[in-house]
Design a protein around this ligand. Structure first.
Ligand code: T3D
Length: 267
């Protein structure tokens, strides 16, 4: 078992969580899942954490499942992949989408298989110019998981999602930005600095509103307009009762920068 498959650095207002198995291209094994899960829970429980950067060590962001843990003899027992998704990848993606602060994916290199879809589950994705995204699954007889079949068509449309999944060809960071799959490409040397600057900026913003934006956008993927209008009403009603809104309006009228209060969203 790796000693520290996930590294956490705590900064004022945000954390950097680094997938740290560089010799295995930061592919997921059970230890990395457990350590990442603990790192996310710790961040969620710390009211001082108002944003999180997820990145990878070395030349990859993450190569998905560690296939060395899936060795199967001819005619031997097959792993229960439904079970591993249920226990590991699905809770991870669900947690990323419900953390009480925004998550920035800083894709430093290749993001393949579940690694690509974990990156795309982040709220804002920056990628190094040399990074690429690969829905590698079909190469090994699987479908995109970790939310890929939900996320991809919503980001790039059905036609591109189908070809990306079926052909399992890599997409460069620049292509990913041009297609709207990610927010921004930056030069390799600038990636972490840019991601940290973004995290610091988000950390100074009204966290409750940022999380409500995620909630509303996620719901919009399945709601009709009527249901979405109702949800906007409910979220806005809640935010309108909050201190951040009062401070935002006061600051605007007083022509000064706002100073938003502590994170109030639940874990
Ligand atoms: O199983 C379940 O629980 C279900 C869930 C599944 C989720 C999934 O993610 S399934 C998809 C799994 N991932 C893949 O299929 C990707 C496999 N990797 C690649 O296609 C390529 O390695 C990359 C495109 C990521 C990078 O290519 P390249 O040419 O830059 O590097 P490389 O030479 O292929 O890899 C470097 C080393 O990393 C190499 O080891 P070596 O020869 O130096 O000892 C390679 O075997 C290893 N490596 C890369 N990816 C994985 C891996 N080892 C284990 N598992 C990997 N996923």
């Amino acid at each position: 078992m790796d000693e520290t498959p996930v590294r956490v650095e705590v900064r004022p207002g945000y954390r950097i969580v680094t997938l740290d198995r560089p010799d295995k291209l930061n592919s997921f094994n059970e230890a990395m899942h457990a350590t990442l899960r603990a790192a996310l829970e710790e961040a969620a429980g710390d009211a001082g954490t108002r944003a999180l950067v997820l990145t990878g060590a070395g030349r990859a962001f993450c190569a998905g499942q560690d296939l060395a843990d899936r060795v199967m003899g001819e005619g031997g027992a097959r792993p229960d992949l439904g079970d591993t998704l249920e226990r590991t990848y699905n809770p991870l993606v669900r947690r990323l989408r419900t953390l009480p602060f925004p998550v920035i994916g800083a894709v430093n290199g290749v993001a393949a298989g579940a690694g690509a879809n974990v990156a795309l589950a982040c709220d804002i994705v920056l990628a190094a110019r040399s990074a690429k995204f690969l829905q590698a699954f079909a190469r090994i007889g699987l479908i995109p998981d970790s939310g890929g079949t939900w996320t991809l068509p919503r980001l790039v449309g059905r036609a591109r999602a189908t070809a990306l999944a079926m052909l399992a060809e890599p997409v460069t960071a620049e292509q990913a930005q041009a297609w709207g799959m990610i927010w921004q490409v930056v030069d390799d040397a600038d990636l972490l600095r840019e991601a940290e600057a973004l995290a610091a900026r988000l950390a100074a913003m009204p966290t409750g509103a940022l999380v409500a934006i995620r909630t509303a956008l996620d719901a919009a993927a399945t709601n009709n307009l009527d249901a979405q209008l109702d949800l906007e009403r409910d979220l806005q009603a809640e935010l309108g009762r909050g201190d951040d809104y009062a401070e935002g309006v006061r600051a605007f009228l007083e022509k000064r920068p706002p100073s938003f209060g502590p994170r109030r969203t639940p874990r």
